[in-house]
Design a protein around this ligand. Structure first.
Ligand SMILES: Cc1cc2nc3c(=O)[nH]c(=O)nc-3n(C[C@H](O)[C@H](O)[C@H](O)COP(=O)(O)O)c2cc1C
Length: 188
């Protein structure tokens, strides 16, 4: 069974992370989850009424962000891929600087050193030069930068359509073909 690591940090866009957990569950995947404390704080403002405990229950294994001895903190733990959804500017900065002071950043940097897929979904606007340079640095280091910028060519009717578009694209990058969004089929 594949093992996929999901990190949720304290940027706006927690519903993307939660939806990712929900859809990943439909695949034959063991989901390992680590969340920053800011993620649960932001969830209080953005959540759909579910408690943080209910969100965590969507994963198979929940790791404490302070536990740097967790399985996912080592390259010898064979994870297929990791996605940090959403990825805050703080976490982006730490990753770009090689700082692994919590489990999300440690697991992310492990993915890079092992040359395994690391998908980052930053959410900020406008972007200052520091964020832009950090994204460039991480892209050069092998991370896939997938900003939370939904498309409109698929004619979204609800917020859920936009969430599914972003999560569907992240799932593509993780290697899972979901039917939760409409793909561009071409035009004359
Ligand atoms: C309601 C709320 C919304 C936030 N939105 C963002 C955001 O969109 N992007 C961002 O980079 N930080 C955002 N922040 C700030 C981060 O939570 C903060 O920088 C924190 O240090 C992130 O730490 P973490 O990476 O460990 O989760 C937000 C904070 C709050 C309380």
């Amino acid at each position: 069974m594949d093992r996929v690591v999901v990190g949720i940090t304290g940027a706006s866009g927690i519903p993307y992370g939660i939806r990712l957990l929900e859809v990943l569950k439909q695949f034959d995947v063991e989901i390992h989850l680590a969340c920053s404390s800011s993620a649960s704080l932001v969830n209080k403002h953005e959540g759909d009424g579910r408690s943080w405990k209910e969100v965590l229950a969507l994963a198979d294994v929940v790791h404490k962000n302070s536990n740097l001895a967790a399985s996912i903190s080592s390259g010898s733990f064979k994870a297929k891929a990791m996605a940090i959804v959403p990825c805050s500017g703080t976490t982006l900065g730490k990753l770009a600087a090689g700082i692994s002071d919590n489990l999300v950043t440690r697991a992310g940097l492990v993915m890079l050193k092992e040359n395994r897929p690391l998908i980052l979904v930053p959410r900020e606007t406008p972007l200052n030069m520091i964020y832009i340079e950090n994204m460039l640095k991480l892209s050069r280091a092998g991370a896939l930068i997938a900003p939370a910028s939904p498309a409109f060519y698929n004619k979204p009717k609800t917020l859920d359509d936009n969430i599914n578009f972003i999560v569907g694209r992240v799932l593509d990058l993780l290697g899972y073909d979901s039917a939760i969004f409409s793909r561009w089929e071409g035009s004359d």
